[in-house]
Design a protein around this ligand. Structure first.
Ligand code: C2E
Ligand code: CA
Ligand code: CA
Length: 689
């Protein structure tokens, strides 16, 4: 082989090797995910990979070895490939070429197809440039959406450096909500947002496993010192290469306030501000749980319903508020009051086991509630009855204790209105008995099982029978005779009084038509009858139906009727009088006896209560009272009747005082119609000496 041949062969081998190396390099370049370009010292294309051509696909047709990048750039600018160049094309190209000449800084380049390219260029040993192109469009998008989420978020947000707790960034909501304009929050220690007392726990707050913050709420301070309650949510992030926490602060102050308000409303009576029934039950449970005993008082208002009806619901509400105030003012610290029903209140005295103490509270409550009220310029009077149950013996469960206090209240209302009573085990049986009796009474009324007896009223001057009082009688199949004092209140409560009263009135009027013309009939009317129906219409219709002359009918009412100060009642009485019916005031002297109403209310007759009559002949005070009443009657032009005369001495004394009429066992008990007629006939008028 010649030398030349040898040299050629070496050269061929070297070329082959170089070609192989070049092919390897190209292969290597092609598998890189980034775009790569080699430029020579004149800025001409030497080598580039497929990825590079793809990124700049809009000018890739111009790429050729030896072509200047400056030229393809210019064409690209003309074609509008670089949105940033728009309007300042020459300037932009100059800047770009400047960077190419002094490659070192990374920079970003936006392309017209919306992608963002990170450019990283280095100088090579031969004066050329090697350039890297990375498509960072997705990253850019993520960043943009983060910034949007952060900056435009309505929830205040902070970026806090984890090592220093310094606030690195805040959004507009944080600036607005915390009242720090501009950059005033930046650089602050995030601890300064917390009131001093929170500091011990803050370390755990800003260095936690992210997400743990939501378990509790924190207090934050605004710039003006107002405190807010916030729920904090955090996420670890890297902010400008600094480990940081992204903290969102949700202000729940308002929500808490609303929750507190709702909680308050759900446990209190909106009218009086006292605890409501549900809260009362809780309080009783708490008292029982404390295990120191205590008393549960159930307070019922007497006469409230009629005041409410006559004065109107607004006055009724004002009255209830006044009652609540008085109850509250009567109680000592530690005791609690509640409104548990329309006109029912509950009081608990935790730890009170001494009966004297409980009695004194009950008495104070009754007298406080019973004192007169001034409502909308009008006087109003109501009473209070109280039932008391003692824990734990009357109930070791709240509902049981309350039920028993309530039962004691019902019994008090029946027998001792205006007083208090303790619960007794027998009350259950009694209440049950009452329910049965009520049922029997209903049947008796419906099936005409009631009788009416008549007790004569005698003229004390002539001895003649001037009238007879109709008294209802009930003979119970099993229990025998039941006194009206027992079943009249029952009828009132069970809503049977209207029916009962109508029956008695009709019977009395019909029976009286058989009596001598100068004998009247007296019928008792319950105040409840005035409340649940039109008494005037009833009387008028009954007189018409039976044919009894109106001036032969007397209706007996009690003072309690006037307590209501109802125009309805007054009108009915005035209309009855107009018709010719006589109105008699029953049981005079036992009631609330405001002498004032004697002059202002329409009635014709005063029936002096039995309690002033019995034993009057030896009792000077009773004589004085009866004398005063008789004198009053004479002055006002009202007749006077003494009730319950049992002895001749009483009769003599009453005659002496000058009482006009009398009634009592001395003359006759109430007797049935058949027995009354002979009695009237037998009883001849006689002169009194
Ligand atoms: P009241 O209207 O005061 O009736 C008088 C009561 O005294 C009657 O009792 C009568 O029997 C009784 N009494 C009469 N004389 C004497 C006496 O000399 N000594 C004694 N110790 N008592 C005497 P009664 O019949 O038991 O009625 C009691 C109450 O029941 C009545 O008191 C009245 O308030 C009510 N009442 C009776 N019948 C009716 C009625 O038809 N309708 C209404 N609403 N109430 C009635
Ligand atoms: Ca009567
Ligand atoms: Ca009476």
């Amino acid at each position: 082989m010649s030398e030349l041949e040898a040299a050629l062969s070496i050269a061929r081998a070297a070329t082959e090797e170089a070609r192989t190396a070049d092919a390897r390099l190209r292969d290597a370049l092609e598998i890189l995910p980034q775009g790569i370009v080699f430029l020579d010292s004149e800025g001409r294309y030497v080598l580039w990979n497929e990825q590079y051509a793809k990124i700049y696909h809009r000018t890739a047709d111009l790429f050729n070895v030896g072509v200047k990048l400056a030229d393809t750039l210019r064409v690209g600018v003309m074609r509008g490939d670089y949105p940033d160049a728009k309007g300042r094309e020459e300037e932009w190209i100059a800047e770009r070429l400047q960077k190419l000449k002094r490659p070192s800084e990374r920079h970003e380049q936006w392309l017209s197809d919306g992608r963002c390219i990170l450019i990283d260029e280095r100088a090579t040993a031969d004066g050329g440039v090697i350039g890297l192109r990375i498509d960072i469009t997705e990253l850019k998008e993520r960043e943009a959406s983060f910034r949007l989420l952060f900056e435009a978020n309505p929830v205040p947000m902070f970026v806090v450096a984890r090592n220093t707790n310094t606030i690195l960034s805040v959004n507009a909501a944080a600036r607005d909500h915390y009242l720090y304009p501009g950059d005033q929050l930046i650089g602050r220690n995030v601890h300064s947002l917390h009131p001093g007392e929170d500091h011990p726990q803050i370390d755990m707050l800003y260095s936690p496993a992210p997400g743990r913050l939501a378990e509790r709420t924190w207090r934050h301070l605004k710039q003006d010192g107002t405190e807010i309650e916030v729920a904090l949510f955090s996420q670890a992030i890297v902010h400008d290469r600094t480990p940081a926490l992204l903290v969102a602060a949700v202000d729940i102050t308002e929500r808490r306030r609303a929750e507190a308000q709702a909680a308050y409303l759900s446990r209190h009576d909106p009218l009086t501000g006292l605890a409501n029934r549900a809260r009362h039950l809780e309080q009783v449970s708490e008292m029982l749980a404390a295990d120191h005993g205590g008393a549960s008082l159930c307070i019922g208002l007497d006469n409230f319903k009629s005041v409410n009806e006559t004065m109107g619901p607004i006055a009724g509400d004002l009255l209830l508020q006044a009652v609540a105030r008085r109850i509250r003012n009567t109680l000592r610290a530690g005791s609690t009051a509640a409104r548990v029903g329309g006109d029912e209140f509950g009081v608990i005295l935790p730890g009170a086991v001494n009966p004297e103490e409980i009695n004194s509270v009950a008495l104070r409550l009754i007298s406080a509630i019973s004192a007169p009220y001034m409502i909308q310029g009008q006087h109003a009077t109501i009473g209070a009855s109280i039932g008391i149950a003692i824990a734990p013996q009357d109930g070791d469960e709240a509902s049981q204790l309350l039920k028993n206090a309530n039962l004691a209240l019902s019994q008090t209302k029946l027998t001792h209105k205006g007083a208090f009573r303790y619960f007794e085990e027998e009350m259950h049986a009694r209440a049950q008995g009452r329910r049965r009796l009520e049922q029997d009474l209903r049947i008796a009324i419906e099936r005409d099982g009631l009788a009416v007896h008549y007790q004569p009223l005698i003229s004390l001057s002539t001895g003649r029978i001037v009238a007879a009082e109709a008294l209802v009688r009930w003979s119970h199949g099993e229990r025998g005779f039941i006194p009206p004092q027992e079943f009249i209140p029952l009828a009132e409560e069970a809503g049977l009084i209207w029916q009962l009263g109508r029956t008695v009135l009709r019977r009395a009027c019909r029976d009286a038509t058989a009596w001598p013309q100068d004998v009247s009939v007296a019928v008792n009317l319950s105040p409840m009858q005035f409340r649940c129906g039109n008494v005037f219409e009833l009387v008028k219709e009954t007189l018409e139906a039976t044919g009894l002359a109106p001036d032969r009918l007397e209706v007996e009412i009690t003072e309690s009727l006037f307590l209501e100060r109802s125009n309805l009642v007054l009108d009915a009485l005035a209309d009855l009088r107009e018709l010719g019916v006589c109105i008699a005031m029953d049981d005079f002297g036992t009631g609330y006896s405001a002498l004032g109403y004697l002059t202002s209310f329409p009635f014709d007759k005063i029936k002096i209560d039995r309690s002033f009559v019995s034993g009057i002949e030896t009792h000077v005070e009773k004589q004085a009272v009866v004398r005063a009443i008789v004198g009053l009657g004479e002055t006002l032009g009202k007749k006077t009747v003494a009730e319950g005369i049992e002895t001749a001495d009483e009769l003599a004394c009453l005659r002496m005082i000058g009482c006009e009429q009398g009634q009592g066992y001395l003359f006759s008990k109430a007797r049935p119609q058949e027995a009354l007629l002979p009695f009237i006939g037998k009883r001849k008028p006689r002169r009194v000496a």
